[in-house]
Design a binder for this molecule. Structure first.
Ligand code: G16
Length: 554
């Protein structure tokens, strides 16, 4: 690093410092805290994104969002060249940057890291960072902080993509690095054209009637509602009504997180919606769940991320079995083709059993798209979903090449060619960078039409075991350390044994705890044979958490 760079960094970073006494940590999906505390963190992530761009020679993304969190919170997520989450190898550097107490320490941290990973400085290479934000009021000033962070690195420039969904920004980063057109309009064009292609490939006789084509979307009063309105203009074959489009408070009694955790109707929905297919996005539109309003009740029938995954898996499996048979009846598909299903401990036990009964390979990772995505990318086709509605379908480059060839080489209009075309269209429709509620909605809708299914038929694929999720406030959530994809607590000593004793009291009981990486709480998940038992199990384990780690409030 030359002197000009050093003095630029010192001068620019002396303007902001981290909030006193706060220990910032790169969590499940980047940093999250009250928006007013994040100026220095976002500024510093601007520096990190610019350095990452220099190191990789690729475009990097920086998204300002706190997704499902309450409106006063904000956060920052970094998108790597592939469009996926920032490589985990750089997370310790992100933590060190965010927590450097002053500009001199910050400079030392940067100098040491630049040397360690050998970042090319002062060359002709230009660093480029795409910036985006959701609709939170603190987003505007935090975006300025990000711009200044990028500008603190000589040769780096930021491009402001404005208010976008998180998956749109990730998609843009991926597209730019592949040399493709990457505006918001290009995103809508890709989604709508691949959706149309899948509609055209629906077997004759299938396809739902017009009255079944109505979908009501809850936009969580976030960025997704407006974006789905834009997408809608380019679609035919689907009637979408959007509610909670920004007029009310973000994520308050609305959105995918609320609907999935509370299992009640979101604001703006009611008895008139009974029988109609409904879907909820979260605040930055990277999660999607479906639901049905129950008659005479506040409750809903939830069709969560697990069930979306089951639908996608069935469709992909159906296409693979067609491809298995060549036109002369011999096996056609490459022997090595692997379809993998990735879940977390939050997956309902009934969902996992169902997927295994289909003969699918099911594996588990800790919570967090960064873990699921990495695992799913090991397969030719990897489908990952969290029960909370975050997920996608990944296709390996090799497998896509094979599909392209099959599409060209098989007889025009044959079943094999149609199956290959469908999978190719799915790979373009569903976001390859990260879970995306907008592309998820379109894939769900077209598969339901392909199958000729109502949401009821889809929901009946299997029946969820009753479950309950709770949050417990504790003094220090980092005191909880877990193993085995978060199913076993290894610290504090003795807590797992106490949880096991509770679980033993309930037939089909399952329960785990883990520290949240996006909120300052311990999460408790319980599953049992009846709703009452699941509630009791969750409540008694919440008391154990309070006893061991306590706030004294449980
Ligand atoms: C983020 C992650 C998800 C994770 C969720 C909750 O979602 O991307 O993978 O499931 O946080 O994480 P935790 O339980 O650690 O708080 P989002 O939609 O909030 O960005």
């Amino acid at each position: 690093m030359n002197d000009q760079q050093k003095s630029l960094l010192l001068k620019a970073s002396s303007r902001t410092s981290p909030p006193q006494g706060a220990q910032l940590s790169y969590g499940t999906a980047g940093f999250r805290a009250d928006g007013s505390l994040l100026e220095s963190t976002v500024y510093r992530m601007g520096i990190l994104a610019a350095l990452r761009s220099l190191k990789t020679g690729s475009v990097i993304g920086l998204m300002i969002t706190a997704s499902h969190n309450k409106i006063c919170d904000n956060g920052v997520k970094v998108a790597d060249p592939s469009g996926g989450m920032l490589t985990q190898e750089w997370e310790p550097f992100a933590n060190a940057l965010a927590n450097s107490p002053d500009s001199h320490t910050l400079l030392q941290v940067i100098e040491a890291f630049v040397k360690m990973v050998d970042i090319p400085f002062g060359g002709t290479q230009e660093a480029q960072v795409l910036l985006g934000r959701d609709t939170r009021p603190s987003g505007e000033f935090l975006l300025e902080a990000a711009k200044q962070g990028v500008a603190s690195i000589v040769g780096a420039r930021s491009i402001d993509m404005g208010v976008v969904t998180t998956p749109q920004l990730h998609w843009m980063v991926r597209a730019r690095n592949k040399g493709m057109e990457a505006s918001e309009h290009d995103y809508y064009v890709q989604l709508s054209s691949s959706f149309r292609c899948l509609l055209e490939l629906i077997p004759q006789g299938n396809g739902t009637n017009a009255s079944n084509n109505k979908l009501i979307v809850d936009g969580a009063d976030g960025v997704g509602g407006e974006k789905i309105e834009n997408l809608k203009k380019m679609l035919s074959g689907l009637c979408i009504e959007v509610r909670n489009c920004g007029g009310g408070e973000l994520n308050e009694g609305v959105g995918a997180d609320y609907v999935q955790k509370e299992k009640v109707v979101p604001r703006g929905f009611g008895p008139a919606d009974v029988g109609i297919r409904c879907a909820s996005l979260d605040g930055d539109a990277d999660r999607l769940v479906y639901f049905l309003v129950q008659p005479n009740s506040e409750k809903i029938d939830l069709v969560d991320g697990d069930k979306i995954m089951a639908l996608f898996a069935l469709f992909v499996k159906e296409q693979l079995s067609v491809l298995d048979e060549s036109e002369d009846g011999k096996t056609n598909r490459p022997q090595c083709t692997r379809l993998g299903i990735v879940q977390t401990a939050y997956a309902n036990g009934a969902a996992t059993d169902y997927l295994k009964q289909l003969g699918l390979e099911v594996v588990f990772t800790p919570t967090g798209v960064k873990y699921l995505h990495e695992k799913a990318a090991e397969y030719d086709i990897g489908i990952y979903f969290e029960a909370n509605g975050h997920g996608t379908v990944l296709f390996s480059e090799n497998y896509l090449c094979w599909l392209e060839n099959t599409n060209k080489e098989t007889t025009e209009g044959s079943e094999q060619q149609k199956a290959a075309s469908r999978l190719l269209a799915v790979s373009k429709l569903i976001n390859q960078a990260v879970g995306d509620a907008l592309s998820g909605v379109l894939l769900v809708e077209v598969i339901l039409q392909h199958m000729g299914w109502s949401i009821h038929k889809w929901n009946d694929l299997y029946h969820d075991l009753p479950s309950r999720q709770l949050k417990v406030q504790v003094v220090d959530r980092s005191a909880v350390v877990t193993e085995n994809a978060e199913t076993v607590v290894v610290k504090p000593a003795g807590i797992q044994e106490a949880i096991d004793i509770e679980i033993g009291k309930y037939p089909k009981g399952r329960c785990f705890i883990r520290p949240s990486g996006t909120e300052d709480v311990i999460r408790v998940y319980a599953e049992a044979f009846t709703q009452e038992a699941a509630d009791d199990l969750a409540n008694s384990v919440a008391k154990i958490v309070d006893l061991f780690l306590g706030s004294g409030n449980a």
